[in-house]
Design a protein around this ligand. Structure first.
Ligand code: DX5
Ligand code: ZN
Length: 221
């Protein structure tokens, strides 16, 4: 079941009273991963979920759990997220003074490691670790909330990181997050992304989750 792209619904936009059902709906609609946005109210101005929610998601699905850590000092919580059942842990370079070590720590816990950067951070900030990650994530919005408009000025950075990965780690995923919809997806795909996080475009689709996932897939193929 190896595809060259992945659709990752972000449960930040889900109805939490029906989280299990909504994750199942994503799975039956053909979503590839479940994206879980962890926010601490410090690094980003919002507070969301932690290992308990990851553990609940683990029971609800066999899909890869793609955990996006928007938290200060992520190294203190990596083990808890690994035990909870995360498959991939993605950390922000802005929160990791010892980024190389943090990535090694994620891998030693048996998880895949991802690295990401804010819109204001240049691509070079993650250059030294691209050879060792499973995924690089380009934030297309300032992290903290779903439903924000995509910052089109980030498209050249997607292309820049695509070229950097092609040179040292072509098998790694290049993911984009924030403002991805059926309308904007072709632009990020054209720039070189192959993994697409979407919150409101999936859970807020007027015709439901299945229609949301299918509309994104149409933008890929
Ligand atoms: C933003 C989060 C995103 C967000 C995506 O800080 O990392 O994953 O939930 O939501 P949309 O697709 O609505 O921009
Ligand atoms: Zn995210």
């Amino acid at each position: 079941m190896s595809k060259n792209y992945a659709i990752a619904p972000s449960i930040l936009s889900a109805d939490f009273l029906q989280l299990g059902e909504q994750i199942s709906a994503c799975e039956s609609a053909g979503a590839d991963w479940i994206h879980i946005d962890v926010m601490d109210g410090h690094f980003v101005p919002n507070l969301t979920m932690g290992p308990v929610v990851v553990e609940a998601c683990r029971k609800a699905t066999g899909l890869l759990l793609d955990v996006h850590l928007m938290i200060e000092k992520p190294e203190n919580l990596l083990e808890a997220f690994a035990i909870a059942g995360a498959d991939r842990l993605t950390v922000h370079v802005e929160t990791c003074p010892h980024l190389y070590r943090t990535i090694q720590q994620i891998q030693s816990l048996g998880c895949r490691a991802g690295v990401t950067l804010n819109p204001g951070t240049p691509a070079a900030a993650i250059g030294e670790v691209l050879h060792m990650v499973d995924l690089a994530l380009v934030m297309m919005v300032n992290p903290g909330f779903s439903g924000q408009a995509f910052i089109a000025e980030m498209l050249p950075k997607v292309a820049e990181i695509r070229a950097m990965l092609d040179a040292v780690n072509p098998a790694a995923w290049l993911e984009v997050d924030g403002g991805v919809s059926a309308r904007t997806l072709p632009q990020v795909r054209e720039a070189g992304a192959n993994a697409f996080v979407a919150g409101s475009a999936v859970f807020g689709h007027p015709d439901g989750i299945k229609a949301g996932v299918e509309a994104l897939r149409e933008g890929i193929t």
